[in-house]
Design a protein around this ligand. Structure first.
Ligand code: ADP
Ligand code: MG
Length: 256
C-alpha cells in the first residue's frame, strides 16, 4: 500500500523541505521505496536540497502535459526517487496545479511512500497538495507565529477529512520563551510526534545538497529525523542502526 503524505506548515521557512529530503532518505535506509515530490511550484527548493535543481523535465512539465510523469522522476544516488520542480519562473505559466491529485493517484502501488513538499500559506497550491495526499505531517517552530499558521492549516486539513499524523516541532533551541510540547498540543489539538533540535549540521548539509541524515547520521537532528522514519514504518528504533545496508536496499528495489 502506498502512503501519500504531505508535509505542511502554514508558515514558510520552518523546515518542510529539510524534512521531506531527510525523511525520504531515512525511509529509504529502512528499505522503503520512496518518491519525494516538490509540490511547491512557485518557490520550489527540494531540488536544491538534493542536487537535482538542473534537470530537463520537472513537475511543471508534467502538469503542463509537456512530459510524461516517468520522464520527470529521477533516481537519487541515496536510493529514493525525486520529482523535482523547475527553478525557472517562466515555467509557472500554464501550470495546472489542480492536476497534482492525478499525479499522486497514478503513483499508487508503485512506491511505499510518496512524500509531498507543500507550499507555505493556504493558497491554491497548498490546498491542491493537501488534496492530493491522504495524510499530513505538520511542521512548526516552537513560537506563536509559526504555531498560529499551523493551527489554521490543521483546521483546513481536518475540514478536508485528511488524517493528521502529528506535529513535528523543528528548531527547538531549549530557550525559556519557546512554546512547550504540551502547550503546542493543547493549542492545535494534535499530538507532537517529534522535536528536532536546532542543529548547525542542517544548514551545512543543505550547502552540500545532502540530507543531514547522510551528511552526519549521528548529529542530534539526524537522530530525531530517523526516529520519525521508524515511527512511520513501525520498525523499532535503535540509535546505532543506520537501516539496511546498500546491498539489501538494491536487492529490494530489484526484487520489489
Ligand atoms: P521550508 O521548506 O519550511 O521553507 P526549509 O526546510 O527550507 O524550510 O528550512 C529553512 C532553513 O532553515 C534552511 O536553510 C535550513 O538550513 C534551516 N533549518 C531547518 N531546520 C533546521 C534545524 N533543525 N536547525 C538549524 N537549521 C535548520
Ligand atoms: Mg520549502
Amino acid at each position: 500500500m502506498t502512503r501519500v503524505i504531505v508535509v505542511c506548515s502554514g508558515k514558510g521557512g520552518v523546515g518542510k523541505t529539510t524534512l521531506v529530503s531527510n525523511l525520504s532518505s531515512a525511509l529509504s535506509q529502512l528499505g522503503q521505496k520512496v518518491l519525494a515530490i516538490d509540490a511547491n511550484l512557485t518557490t520550489p527548493n527540494l531540488g536544491l536540497h538534493l542536487g537535482l535543481h538542473l534537470v530537463p523535465k520537472t513537475i511543471h512539465s508534467v502538469l503542463k502535459r509537456r512530459a510524461k510523469l516517468s520522464d520527470a522522476i529521477y533516481p537519487h544516488p541515496l536510493g529514493f526517487k525525486v520529482l523535482p520542480a523547475s527553478m525557472s519562473i517562466h515555467e509557472l505559466t500554464g501550470t495546472d496545479v489542480g492536476r497534482l491529485g492525478e499525479i499522486t493517484h497514478s503513483l499508487l502501488g508503485k512506491f511505499d511512500y510518496v512524500i509531498l513538499d507543500c507550499a507555505a500559506g493556504l493558497g491554491r497550491e497548498a490546498i491542491s497538495a493537501m488534496s492530493a495526499a491522504d495524510e499530513i505531517l505538520m511542521v512548526t517552530n516552537p513560537d506563536m507565529p509559526a504555531l498560529t499558521d499551523a493551527l489554521r492549516t490543521s483546521k483546513v486539513a481536518q475540514d478536508a477529512n485528511k488524517k493528521i499524523i502529528g506535529i513535528i516541532v523543528n528548531r527547538r533551541k531549549g530557550k525559556y520563551h519557546e512554546l512547550r510540547r504540551d502547550e503546542i498540543e493543547d493549542i492545535v489539538g494534535v499530538p507532537v510526534i517529534a522535536e528536532i533540535p536546532e542543529d548547525q549540521n542542517i544548514p551545512k548539509s543543505v550547502t552540500v545538497r545532502t540530507p543531514v541524515v547522510n551528511y552526519d547520521p549521528k548529529s542530534p537532528a539526524s537522530i530525531e529525523i530517523r526516529r520519525i522514519a521508524h515511527k512511520l514504518t513501525e520498525i523499532p528504533f535503535n540509535e546505532k542502526s543506520r537501516g539496511m545496508g546498500i546491498f539489501e536496499r538494491v536487492a529490494r528495489w530489484v526484487v520489489g
